[in-house]
Design a protein around this ligand. Structure first.
Ligand SMILES: Nc1ncnc2c1ncn2[C@@H]1O[C@H](COP(=O)(O)OP(=O)(O)O)[C@@H](O)[C@H]1O
Ligand SMILES: [Mg+2]
Length: 440
C-alpha cells in the first residue's frame, strides 16, 4: 500500500511538475511579448522628442508649444553653457535633452501617462544611469521574472526595466487535480488487473492440482487393489490346489476345511472390491462398533496359510473388556492385515518355530492403544523414517503401499500410528485410536 502511494506521488509530482513548468513558461512568453510592445511604444514616444527639438526655433511661441506638448516644461534654443550631461535629472521625473539646436525639459510622467497607467507589470521603472526617473508598483527585488532593455535613442538612452511574478492562481489547477486522479485510477486499475490475473493463475493451478490429485488417487487405489487382492488370491490358489490333490487321492473329506477357507478368502475379495467401489464413488464407509479382538482373530484366520508356512506363533493379548471402537470393520481388518502380514514377512529368515507376533491393547480415558510387536530383525534406520511413505519397500516383491494405506486408514479414524523397534530388536507398531464419546 505504502509503495503504491509512493509510486502515485512520484508520478503525480513528475507529470504535475511538467504541467506547471509548461504553464509558467507560457506565462513568461506572454509577458515577454507584452514587454516588447511596451518597449516599442515607449521608444516611439521618446523619439518624438528629438523631432520636436529639431523643429523648435527661437520664433516659436512658448504658449503654443506648452499647449500642444504639455510635457515640455521648458525649452531653449542655445546649448547650455558650460556643457552638462545630455540628460539631467533636474527633479523627479523630469530631464533635459540636449542637442546642438537647443534643449528641452521633459516631464516624463506626463509624457508616458497613458502607458504607465495601462501597463500590468508589478514593478515598472525608467532610469538613467541608475537614477530612477519614473517608477511604479512594488519594489520588485524578489520577483521571479525581470526584463530590461535600454531605449535605442542617442539623446535619451533611458533604461526600461520591469519585473513580475507568475500568476499562481492562473495555473491549470483543475488539470493538476485531473493528473493526480488519472494516476490514482491508472494504479488502481493496474492493481486490480494484476489481482484478477493472479487469482486466475491460482484457480488454474488449483484445477490442475485437483486433476493431478485425482489421477494420483486413482493410481493409488489401483495399486492398493493389487496389494490387497494379491494375498487372498494366492491363498485361494493354494487351498484349491491342495483340495484338488486330496480329492485325487480319494481323501475328499479332508478337503472340506480347505474349501471353507477358500470361501472365506473369496468373501474377503468380494468385500474388498465392494469397498474399492465405494472408495471410487467416494462414499464413506459406514461406521459401526467394532470388536478389535474379534477382527484380529479373523485376520489370523485369513493369513492362516502364511502363519502355518512360517511356523509363526501369534499371540492375542487384547483384553476381553476392551470397549468397541466406532470404525469401519473392513478398515480395521485392513490395518491388522497389513501389520500382521509385514510381521510374518519380516520373519521368513528366522529359525523354524522362533517367529512370533503379539498384539496388545490397553485403554485410557479417551483412547485405545494397540501395539503389534514381532520377533523379527526390526526396521532399519531408513525404514524407521520412511515406512509410511508410499512405495517405500525393502522387499523384492513389495509394493511399499501396505504401511502407507495403513496410516491413511488410521488417520481416517483420527488415530495415529508410529513405528519403532522393541528392546528385543523386533519391529513394534503402536496405533492410538481416540475413543469417540458415546452418542457423539
Ligand atoms: N514388521 C516389520 N519388520 C521389519 N520391517 C518392516 C516391518 N513392517 C514393515 N517393514 C518395512 O517397511 C517396508 C514397507 O512396508 P509396506 O508399506 O507394508 O510395503 P511392502 O510390504 O510392500 O514392502 C517394508 O518393505 C519393510 O522394509
Ligand atoms: Mg507390506
Amino acid at each position: 500500500m505504502f509503495k503504491k502511494v509512493l509510486i502515485w506521488l512520484t508520478l503525480t509530482v513528475l507529470s504535475g511538475g511538467g504541467v506547471v513548468f509548461y504553464a509558467l513558461n507560457q506565462q513568461y512568453e506572454e509577458q515577454s511579448a507584452e514587454f516588447r510592445i511596451l518597449y516599442r511604444d515607449i521608444t516611439v514616444k521618446l523619439s518624438q522628442n528629438d523631432v520636436i527639438l529639431a523643429l523648435l526655433s527661437n520664433s516659436s511661441d512658448p504658449a503654443v508649444v506648452q499647449q500642444k506638448f504639455p510635457y515640455i516644461l521648458r525649452w531653449q534654443t542655445k546649448p547650455h553653457e558650460p556643457p552638462r550631461p545630455d540628460i539631467n535629472p533636474a527633479r523627479a521625473g523630469t530631464y533635459w535633452i540636449n542637442s546642438p539646436q537647443g534643449s528641452l525639459l521633459i516631464d516624463l510622467p506626463t509624457l508616458l501617462a497613458d502607458f504607465v497607467r495601462t501597463q500590468k507589470f508589478r514593478h515598472f521603472s525608467l532610469s538613467w544611469r541608475g537614477t530612477p526617473l519614473l517608477t511604479q508598483g512594488a519594489e520588485g527585488k524578489g520577483d521571479w521574472w525581470r526584463w530590461e532593455k535600454e531605449v535605442a535613442s542617442p539623446s535619451q538612452p533611458l533604461n526600461l526595466a520591469v519585473t513580475n511574478n507568475p500568476d499562481w492562481r492562473g495555473l491549470p489547477w483543475l488539470m493538476l487535480v485531473l493528473v493526480g486522479g488519472f494516476w490514482a485510477a491508472a494504479i488502481y486499475f493496474y492493481t486490480q488487473y494484476q489481482m484478477t490475473k493472479r487469482q486466475r493463475n491460482i484457480a488454474d493451478l488449483r484445477a490442475h492440482f485437483s486433476e493431478l490429485a485425482r489421477l494420483n488417487a486413482m493410481g493409488e487405489i489401483a495399486a492398493g487393489m493389487v496389494h490387497e487382492l494379491n494375498q487372498p488370491l494366492t491363498a485361494i490358489l493354494s487351498y484349491s490346489q491342495t483340495a484338488q490333490r486330496l480329492i485325487a487321492h480319494q481323501q475328499a473329506e479332508k478337503a472340506q476345511p480347505l474349501l471353507d477357507a477358500s470361501v472365506m478368502q473369496t468373501k474377503r475379495i468380494s468385500a474388498l472390491l465392494l469397498a474399492f467401489r465405494e472408495k471410487l464413488n467416494s462414499e464413506e464407509q459406514p461406521l459401526q462398533p467394532v470388536n478389535l479382538r474379534e477382527v484380529w482373530d479373523r485376520v489370523v484366520i485369513l493369513l492362516g496359510n502364511e502363519i502355518e508356512r512360517g511356523k509363526v506363533t501369534v499371540i492375542n493379548h487384547t483384553p476381553e473388556t476392551l470397549p468397541p471402537l466406532i470404525a469401519s470393520p473392513l478398515g480395521i481388518e485392513q490395518i491388522f492385515h497389513n501389520l500382521l502380514n509385514n510381521a510374518i514377512q519380516a520373519q521368513q529368515q528366522i529359525a523354524q518355530g522362533k517367529a512370533w507376533v503379539e498384539i496388545n491393547a490397553s485403554e485410557t480415558a479417551n483412547s485405545i492403544i494397540l501395539t503389534v510387536t514381532d520377533g523379527g530383525p526390526g526396521l532399519s534406520e531408513q525404514a524407521l523414517e520412511q515406512v509410511f511413505m508410499p512405495f517405500f519397500t525393502t522387499r523384492k516383491e513389495g509394493l511399499g503401499l501396505g504401511m502407507a494405506l495403513t496410516e491413511t486408514l488410521v488417520q481416517r479414524l483420527n488415530g495415529s500410528i508410529q513405528a519403532e523397534n522393541s528392546a528385543a530388536g523386533g519391529a513394534c507398531f503402536t496405533v492410538i485410536f481416540p475413543l469417540t464419546q458415546k452418542g457423539a
